[in-house]
Design a protein around this ligand. Structure first.
Ligand SMILES: Cc1cc2nc3c(=O)[nH]c(=O)nc-3n(C[C@H](O)[C@H](O)[C@H](O)COP(=O)(O)OP(=O)(O)OC[C@H]3O[C@@H](n4cnc5c(N)ncnc54)[C@H](O)[C@@H]3O)c2cc1C
Length: 493
């Protein structure tokens, strides 16, 4: 016989989002029972999975950290292990470990409207057997990409290469690149992080890119935040620094939207200043797209430019013809010798950790759904998900979603409701991709995701200040939300 364990809320994922949701439930909904089902054996999600040299945030940590837990570390752009320490502290300080069940990969979740309940099927740790849970609400903190495999394009002749090919998502812990010639394929956040970290120890690191990205130097330490921490104490300092950083980052983003030509000039001039006079900035650091059509790549204290200037790293902008026994043959005819090739070619985006959702026996086809306030799905009752911002810190959004979720539960309790479902009543409303970015990893996968709408609560706002109004200050009720009492309770009354 299958036994089913019941919780009021089941959170899926113990990354920064799932831990944030657990904190909010424990703090603001003390009577609510909840558990986190985590498919891996560790908390941290992204920050425990990625183990490549130099792994770090590219957001400032006062805004990437939680609103409720001050960031006190000296460095605002933090290394992966420091982020992991911060997450472990959050778990310990709030006694969240007792709620986390490791090794439970959620495979499917079926909602029954008559019962007002989710039945969640998860793979039992260490076996192929499955186990069931039931819950009133599901909170999906599953991140946005496939944990099993990163993205690698098909390269001709890979099998001929005598050296080692490594993807950053599966970094071998014993990889010794001392004195080796390393080629890093890619021009995104991962490539610009890896290159300065490997340079110096490797014989030489070559960044091989098909086309350039915007690379922007930011201070690794925030001098103002560090002074404030001493003068006004961590809590006030955290509040002030978050506000300052949100304003600054939003200001840069909005300037890029309003005056792309000017911002393009400024960004490229900033790169030019940090590289030797004869460096070909036009070829290697002048993108074809406008700033923020794709994520800006941040480099702390210009570390990438320093290793290029020192001759420890170089950039080649070209296309790959094929891998050879000794390296890579480029379309230009040039041959690049390599001992190690790192394919920093990105992620495979994936919605909701591959969980198959069903409502009353009907499978949910995610692209047919429309997001409500970017936290719920049309036609899917009692489900909240955490997908953060792509143009500013992810966690700023997740904090707001968690607050709104707790208020929604308060409202439902106060009125005796059991289910809440966003209902899209205008079938003609134009729908748009959930993420409006031209990056390859987004374009490859966005059709599998739910879509955004173009009016009312269906719009996707990549704007923190608007979400503060919508999610923190705005009401939890909305004409698009249908609340109900489930059948069993109606019959009993
Ligand atoms: C290398 C890298 C650097 C980044 N840097 C930044 C940055 O500086 N700033 C920023 O804003 N964003 C950054 N991001 C985006 C980043 O992923 C998010 O900001 C944030 O860490 C996501 O947290 P999360 O908890 O939502 O998801 P994740 O960190 O992806 O965690 C999801 C968790 O859910 C679990 N899970 C997934 N599916 C299932 C399932 N079916 N069953 C059970 N468990 C499941 C996973 O095992 C994982 O533990 C970065 C991403 C990467 C890859």
């Amino acid at each position: 016989m299958t036994t089913t364990t019941h919780f009021d809320v089941l959170i899926v994922g113990a990354g920064i989002s799932g831990i944030g949701a657990a904190y909010h439930l424990k703090t603001y909904r003390p009577g609510t029972t909840f558990a986190i089902l985590e498919g891996r054996e560790s908390i941290g999600g992204t920050w425990s999975l990625f183990q490549y040299p130099g792994i770090r945030s590219d957001s400032d940590m006062p805004s990437f950290g939680y609103g409720f837990k001050p960031w006190t570390h000296r460095k605002a752009i933090a290394d992966g292990h420091v982020i992991m320490d911060y997450l472990r502290q959050t778990v310990t300080e709030n006694r969240l470990e007792e709620h986390i069940r490791f090794g439970y990969r959620v495979l499917g979740a079926q909602f029954s409207s008559p019962e007002g309940l989710w039945t969640v099927t998860a793979r039992h740790p260490g076996s192929d057997e499955t186990v069931q849970f039931s819950a009133r609400f599901l909170f999906l903190g599953t991140g946005y990409y496939d944990y099993e495999a990163g993205f690698t394009p098909e390269f001709q002749g890979v099998e001929d290469f005598a050296g080692q090919v490594v993807h950053p998502q599966h970094w071998p812990q014993d990889l010794d690149y001392t004195g080796k010639r390393v080629v890093v394929i890619g021009s995104g956040a991962t490539a610009v992080t890896l290159i300065p970290s490997m340079a110096g120890r490797a014989a030489h690191v070559t960044m091989l890119q098909r086309s350039p990205s915007y690379v922007f130097s930011i201070p690794a330490e925030d001098a103002i935040a560090n002074v404030l921490n001493k003068v006004v104490g961590p809590r006030r300092a955290h509040r002030i620094t978050r506000r300052k950083n949100v304003m600054l980052n939003r200001g840069i983003y909005q300037a890029c939207q309003r005056a792309p030509k000017l911002m393009r000039k400024l960004l490229i001039a900033n790169v030019r200043r940090q590289l030797p006079k004869n460096f070909d900035v036009d070829t290697h650091f002048t993108p074809r797209y406008n700033p923020w059509d794709q994520r800006l790549c941040m480099v702390p204290d210009g570390d990438l430019f320093k290793v290029i200037s020192a001759g420890q790293a170089s950039v080649i902008t070209d296309r790959i013809e094929r891998f050879t026994k000794t390296g890579i043959l480029l379309e230009s005819g040039q041959e690049l010798a390599a001992d190690i090739i790192v394919t920093a070619t990105g992620l495979n985006m994936l919605p909701f950790g591959k969980i198959q959702l069903d409502v009353d026996g009907q499978p949910v086809n995610l692209p047919d759904t429309t997001v409500y306030k970017s936290m719920m799905l049309s036609g899917v009752p009692n489900l909240v998900f955490a997908v953060g911002y792509t143009n500013i810190s992810w966690t700023l959004k997740v904090d707001l979603v968690c607050e709104h979720f707790c208020r929604l539960l308060d409202h439902m309790d106060a009125h005796g409701y059991h289910t809440v479902e966003p209902v899209l009543r205008d079938p003609d409303m134009q729908r748009v991709p959930l993420l409006d970015m031209s990056s390859g990893y987004v374009q490859r996968a966005i059709a599998k995701f739910p879509r955004g709408g173009t009016s009312g609560p269906w719009t996707v706002q990549m704007a923190y200040e608007k979400d503060v109004e919508r999610l923190r200050r705005g009401p939890v009720t909305d004409p698009a939300l249908e609340f109900s009492v489930h059948q069993a309770a109606r019959l009993a009354s």
